[in-house]
Write a protein of this length. Structure first.
Length: 285
């Protein structure tokens, strides 16, 4: 199947480079800004479309990789640009939207899907390399032809129900975006001591990697270490004494959540209650 990609952003470029690398099957790009369309298309020797009509004509599979809020606009534009979309597959890559946002295109004969990569696409050149190890969640008109295509392109996928997508997406945000936020919180403490951003990340990195590896090997409960699991209330008090504002609230809220994990790991209930009460005082005045 020839692929047309709408959206020359992080995901569009990464998928384009990956699929083109597999079997040179990307016909071209269409995006809002022509300079971005040309940049993405030139990178893989594909066509920079200036009209959706041409992209539709040359593509059996259309990937909509635009920001979530623009999907409806693109659906309207695709609908206006085509008489019939029969035998076309059209998918979007949003984590939170279901395939239903593409319903107007199904009424023109297209098979519609939402296909979301559980991956963070910060840099397309790097991200494309991680695609074969990435899991994609899929929902919509997943037929045998599409399953064969996914398998032939070494895409690992699992099915998800429409009604579960919001919670599913929230999980992805928690382990990706909030992990980044936590790393930022930690490295900022180092920076406030006069170390550079670069050194902070370098010095903390083995700890980050060790922790992630422990989670992978032993699961979250066994991997949890530190003052809360040990029941060291004085250490927690010391930490709170050098924090203020949002950082103090964040430390306390994450601490409250950590107490639940510590209980699962066997922390004494009375000690856990003492720590929880102290942390809750922080959050609720
Ligand atoms: N980034 C991630 O880590 C990630 C991971 C999984 C899923 N996703 C999903 O993938 C989708 C794309 O995300 P992204 O991070 O690649 O976004 P992005 O980097 O912001 O790129 C969005 C692209 O959409 C184009 N666009 C916007 N409105 C358009 C329109 N009306 N017609 C044509 N093109 C339009 C933009 O055009 P111009 O650049 O040409 O102006 C831009 O290139 C989103 O649904 C997102 O939720 C993202």
């Amino acid at each position: 199947m020839m692929i047309g990609i709408i959206g020359a952003g992080a995901v569009g470029k990464s998928l384009g480079m990956y699929f083109n690398g597999v079997d040179q099957s990307v016909s071209g790009y269409y995006s809002k800004t022509m300079a971005h369309t040309i940049y993405a298309a030139e990178k893989i020797n594909a066509i920079a479309y200036d009209s959706l009509k041409d992209l539709i004509l040359n593509s059996d599979l259309i990937i909509i990789a635009v920001n979530d809020d623009a999907i409806e606009v693109v659906v309207r534009d695709l609908s206006n640009a085509s008489e019939s979309l029969s035998r076309k597959y059209i998918l979007h890559t949003s984590g939170v939207h279901t395939s239903e946002v593409l319903a107007p295109l199904r009424s023109k004969g297209a098979k519609i899907l939402s296909v979301h990569p559980l991956q963070s696409f910060a840099d397309p050149d790097e991200a494309q390399k991680s695609i074969p190890s990435t899991y994609f969640s899929i929902e919509g008109d997943l037929d045998e032809k599409m399953m064969n295509w996914l398998n032939n392109h070494k895409i690992k996928y699992f099915k998800i129900d429409k009604e579960n997508k919001v919670k599913y997406h929230l999980a992805a945000v928690a382990v990706s975006n909030y992990l980044v936020a936590t790393l930022d919180f930690g490295t900022k403490q180092f920076e406030s001591l006069g170390y550079t951003k670069e050194f902070a990340l370098k010095a903390l990195w083995p700890l980050v990697e060790g922790t992630i590896n422990n989670v992978r090997q032993f699961g979250t409960v066994k991997a949890m270490t530190g003052p809360i699991v040990r029941g060291d209330l004085k250490t927690i008090d010391n930490h709170l004494s050098v924090l203020s504002g949002l950082e103090r609230e964040l430390y306390s809220k994450l601490g409250e959540y950590t107490v639940e994990i510590a209980l699962e790991k066997g922390l004494d209930k009375e000690i856990a209650k003492g720590i929880s009460t102290r942390l809750k005082e922080e959050n609720h005045g």
